[in-house]
Design a protein around this ligand. Sequence first.
Ligand code: F3S
Length: 62
Amino acid sequence: MKVDVDPERCQGHARCWEICPEVFGLDEEGHGHVLVDVVPPGLEAAATEAAENCPERAILVS
Ligand code: F3S
């Protein structure tokens, strides 16, 4: 499983980082980005929850 943050959609709500900080980080402007190439199996549920909780629907799961 992979995740991406669409920088055009991200508004810096930081819920991704709050829910799954092992996968999502925040840059100096508070926008989300992905820390891993592939989501480790044990974190897939949390990463999916993070994607579902982004108010801007900025997180793409593939
Ligand atoms: Fe951005 Fe959504 Fe995270 S708006 S900081 S990707 S919760």
